[in-house]
Design a protein around this ligand. Structure first.
Ligand code: GAR
Length: 264
């Protein structure tokens, strides 16, 4: 049970409005925590300025340059990278995937992530909040941050009601599909794409007069409420990931891995 002000590390790629919401919630005392760093995969991420203004340490890892370096052979993956381990855990590749592309992907991710780990572990943190961080994290990174299998500590906010519409454009995909309801999800990060156990969700109606832009801006307002609420549940020590077994009517066993939220 964590009973102190939790230390929150945040990773962003863009404008950082969710980072802002987390900082504001800490300031307002709604979130019993403090932001200990804001990092990015993109040195030009506008949101880093929001943290700098507050005196929060910032850093960036230039993913694009590192990926280029791995492709060209001038950068090699870190010594402790185990290709087979990452490949067997990361369920993102189909059986027909081009082995060379898979190799480059996993090696370049590990090269970027070893830099990311070097930065984040220079701070002490309890939870790592991905707030518009647009890079897939590989098992190399996840296993070095999540050391307690019952309390993962990487959270992500996604702009759709998962498991629908994972990927890079949740509101766009929701809107283009013609859904009547949109929403956002906060979940723990696992090896899949936006597939980890769900902590919280908020939904809202898409009205006939809505446009993609209005859906995005409504959605963001819900995100700014949802993310601090979910991190606060973590701060209160109320989250655990549990496996539950069910027997279906046809007698088949079914298992689900879910987040249990305990009462205080
Ligand atoms: C948010 O809508 C967030 O849910 C989304 O990026 C936006 C970042 O906005 N994240 C993803 O799509 C992750 N797959 P922000 O930089 O203003 O917080």
């Amino acid at each position: 049970m964590i009973d102190h002000k939790i230390r929150i590390g945040v990773l962003i790629s863009g404008g950082g409005s969710n980072l802002q919401a987390l900082m504001d919630s800490c300031d307002a005392g709604k979130l019993n925590g403090r932001i200990v760093f804001a990092g990015s995969d993109n040195p030009g991420a506008a949101g880093l300025a929001r943290a700098r203004e507050k005196g929060i340490p910032v850093f960036s890892v230039n993913y694009s340059d590192i990926i280029k370096g791995v492709r060209q052979g001038s950068i090699t993956p870190p010594d402790d990278f185990d290709f087979n381990d990452s490949y067997s855990k990361q369920g993102l590749f189909g059986k027909d995937a081009d082995p060379e592309k898979v190799r480059i992907f996993l090696e370049s991710r590990a090269a970027c992530e070893s830099e990311l780990l070097r930065h984040i572990f220079s701070y002490e943190f309890d939870v790592l909040a991905l707030a518009g961080f647009m890079r897939t994290l590989s098992p190399y990174f996840i296993d070095r941050v999540n050391t307690d299998p019952f309390l993962p500590r990487i959270m992500n906010i996604h702009p759709a009601l998962l498991p629908s519409f994972p990927g890079v454009d949740g509101y766009g995909d929701t809107f283009r599909y013609g859904c009547r309801v949109a929403g956002c999800t906060v979940h723990f990060v696992d090896y899949g794409e936006d597939s980890g156990p769900i902590i919280g969700q908020k939904s809202f109606q898409i009205l006939p007069e809505d446009t993609l832009e209005s859906v995005k801006s409504k959605g963001l307002e819900y995100e700014w409420q949802l993310y601090p609420e979910c991190v606060q549940l973590f701060a209160e020590g109320r989250l655990t990931v549990v496996k539950e077994k069910y027997e279906l009517k046809n007698g088949k066993a079914h298992e689900r891995k879910i987040v249990r939220i305990s009462n205080n």
